[in-house]
Design a protein around this ligand. Structure first.
Ligand code: AR6
Length: 183
């Protein structure tokens, strides 16, 4: 069952016991238990989502990253969210387009983020469109893979009550809406 609240550019679906929500906006403004950073393997907060997290969250996030990183492509690690509204940041390393096995790596980055959330008893998590900025991965393929694997995960055993996909601009949001409607 899907409900479109178009005036707030928001779409919700019930998957098993959980809510899957699509919104357009800035992920650093969300107050979910965790927001997912589109990270690199070194866990050095660069540009894009990572840059916004570093600027708004303060230096304690990078300091915590220095203790838990580096990690491998497809893996995810959790840190403090500093001054952000979210309680934690889950740093997921997506593929850089052209490095090979990109789809499998994006699937792993998605599933490992959800597993990290469950392991830390988090009930809500917000994703951005991992790898679709500086790393150059196509947005439609990203939507297909991230949504499919999130839906499969929510159909299994989980304590996550809400998964949000926060898309930065309207075209990216529209691609996710189209992919979700097809599922
Ligand atoms: N809120 C939501 N989405 C955003 C925001 C935001 N504030 N800002 C950008 N996006 P990117 P990547 C979208 O480049 O491709 C960094 O240097 C953006 O439009 O953040 O995985 C890291 O440190 C795009 O659709 O991540 C890594 O080195 C999506 O978020 C590298 O970039 C992801 O874009 C990671 O590159």
């Amino acid at each position: 069952m899907c409900l479109g609240l178009f005036e707030r550019v928001k779409m919700q679906c019930k998957i098993n016991e959980s809510i899957l929500e699509l919104v357009q906006g800035d992920i650093t403004e969300l107050d979910t238990d965790a927001i997912v950073n589109a990270a690199n393997a070194q866990l050095v907060l660069g540009g894009g989502v990572a840059g916004a997290i570093r600027r708004k969250g303060g230096p304690e996030i990078q300091a915590h990253c220095n203790k838990v990183g580096p990690i491998r492509v497809g893996e995810a690690a959790i840190t403090t969210a500093g001054k952000l509204k979210a309680k934690h940041v889950i740093h997921a390393v997506g593929p850089r387009m052209g490095e090979g096995a990109e789809d499998e790596k994006l699937k792993n980055a998605t599933l490992n983020s959800l597993r990290v959330a469950d392991e830390n008893e988090l009930e809500s998590i917000a994703f951005c469109a991992i790898s679709t900025g500086i790393f150059g991965y196509p947005i439609d393929r990203c939507a297909k893979i991230m949504l499919k694997n999130t839906i499969d995960y929510l159909n299994g055993r989980t304590n996550i009550k809400k998964v949000v996909f926060c898309l930065y601009d309207r075209p990216a949001y529209d691609v996710f809406v189209k992919q979700l409607a097809e599922k």
